[in-house]
Design a protein. Structure first.
Length: 443
């Protein structure tokens, strides 16, 4: 007797549900998922780059006018770091929200927390108006930014990785990473426009606040773009069928915690390089007064374009030689670049511009494959939570304190200190990739 003849009374409902699942998968084109990833993550990078650029151009004058310009930047970079420190806590908190109220509610709350915290900075009075309370409020809003960013994980990058052909994984992995140079390009262009159109007094008084308002608007647009995907029936079915749901953090750490730290350290060269070619050179050149702010921002915006090309190239290269091989090879190139830092960044305008452009190219090549190169090691049911926490810890270990450490040590001991800092990230990446290979994981 055929299996059809043996089906019971509930078989029609089961068959209908199975057909719906199959149709859902048919409608899930990797390109559509990639668009959602790029839009969502661009808004997050924009928020953080706006804050980072303001740490150099604005905050020393507005919030730390009682110290020297150098110390004002260092204090601003101290405030820059806490968002990365609390980001894993935000991830854990909003994972609980998702288990209780669903993915759409969690994403809406987290992005509004991120957007409101960013927009709130635009309304902050300066130190001249309310004294130390201005700094306290800035720190609190920065902490909220980190918590909101941690909660904004929607699982789309993991879904993208699981819905792409094996021979194209490098290409699709880099698409979400395009958000970083795009976000910097938008943030840098907005600050460039304001800095060139306003005199310095107006820029420090009110002009710098505009990008923080824009950040809220971009977050709202990104929210609806992402909700259009993650709360639809086909995406919900796909995420559930792929077991891309949050699990308990304790269970995650107990069973797959080692993968989180291997993944975080494997991408360390990329994350350390991230702020050493964006925020740090801007601070170094502005303090040294070797170029105008306008000139540096123009070069960095061009550099972001180079970074986009480097990110695209990383996808093509990774599909030929493997993502981990690409990550390790570029880490070696980053090491060579680190050795040249004292001569490039410490040289004249042409050498400094070369540092920025070469740095963005390497950043694109390495950061393009930094996400997912090792998180693919997670068992499927752990991937949703594991990928989020791996990213959180990579940012914390590699990027949170990079501008502070690089600027502080370089002014005290010379740019060789920044070289050693970046080389330590390269070494950690190579060791982590070696450990991963020894554990028998496969690309």
């Amino acid at each position: 007797m055929s299996s059809t003849m043996q089906e019971g009374p509930g078989s029609n409902g089961s068959s209908t549900e199975e057909i719906s699942r199959i149709q859902a998968h048919a409608r899930l084109a990797p390109g559509e998922i990639a668009v959602g990833v790029v839009i969502g993550r661009t808004s997050e990078y924009f928020d953080f780059f706006v804050f980072g650029i303001a740490c150099v151009l604005v905050f020393p004058s507005v919030f730390f006018p009682f110290v020297s310009r150098l110390d004002g930047m260092l204090l601003a970079f101290v405030v820059f770091a806490p968002a990365f420190v609390v980001r894993p806590l935000g991830t854990m908190l909003f994972m609980n929200f998702q288990r209780r109220w669903g993915r759409g509610t969690k994403l809406t709350i987290s992005l509004f927390v991120l957007g409101i915290a960013t927009a709130g900075i635009a309304f902050l009075p300066g130190y001249a108006d309310i004294g130390g309370w201005s700094i306290t409020l800035l720190v609190l809003l920065r902490l909220l930014q980190g918590i909101g960013l941690g909660g904004s994980w929607d699982g789309l990058p993991s879904l993208l990785a699981l819905n792409t052909p094996p021979q194209r994984r490098g290409w699709y992995a880099m698409l979400g990473q395009l958000s970083a140079p795009i976000g910097f390009m938008i943030a840098g262009s907005l600050f460039l426009f304001l800095h060139t159109q306003l005199d310095n007094a107006d820029f420090i008084d009110w002009g710098w606040r505009y990008p923080f308002f824009v950040a809220f608007a971009i977050n709202v647009v990104a929210l609806f773009a992402r909700l259009r995907l993650v709360v639809t029936e086909e995406y919900t079915l796909a995420l559930e069928e792929r077991e891309l749901e949050p699990i308990g953090i304790v269970e995650m750490l107990r069973k797959q915690g080692y993968n989180i730290f291997i993944g975080a350290f494997a991408a360390l060269a990329s994350y350390a390089l991230f702020h050493l070619v964006t925020i740090f050179p801007l601070s170094w050149i502005v303090l040294g007064e070797t170029q105008s702010v306008t000139t540096v921002l123009v070069v960095q915006i061009v550099g972001a374009g180079v970074g986009i090309l480097g990110t695209i190239a990383s996808g093509l290269i990774a599909d030929r030689i493997g993502r981990r091989t690409t990550l390790g090879s570029v880490a070696v190139l980053v090491g060579v670049f680190a050795l040249l830092m004292p001569w490039l960044l410490g040289g004249g305008q042409a050498a400094q511009d070369a540092f920025i452009l070469i740095g963005f190219a390497l950043l694109g090549l390495s950061y393009g494959q930094a996400a997912g190169s090792v998180t693919s090691n997670f068992e499927t049911r752990f991937r949703y939570t594991g990928a989020a926490l791996t990213s959180d810890f990579a940012w914390l270990i590699g990027a949170a304190f990079a501008p502070l450490v690089a600027l502080g040590l370089s002014f005290r001991f010379g740019l060789i200190a920044a070289t050693l800092y970046l080389l330590s990230g390269v070494l950690c990446t190579l060791i982590a990739l070696r450990v991963n290979k020894a554990l028998g994981e496969h690309d």
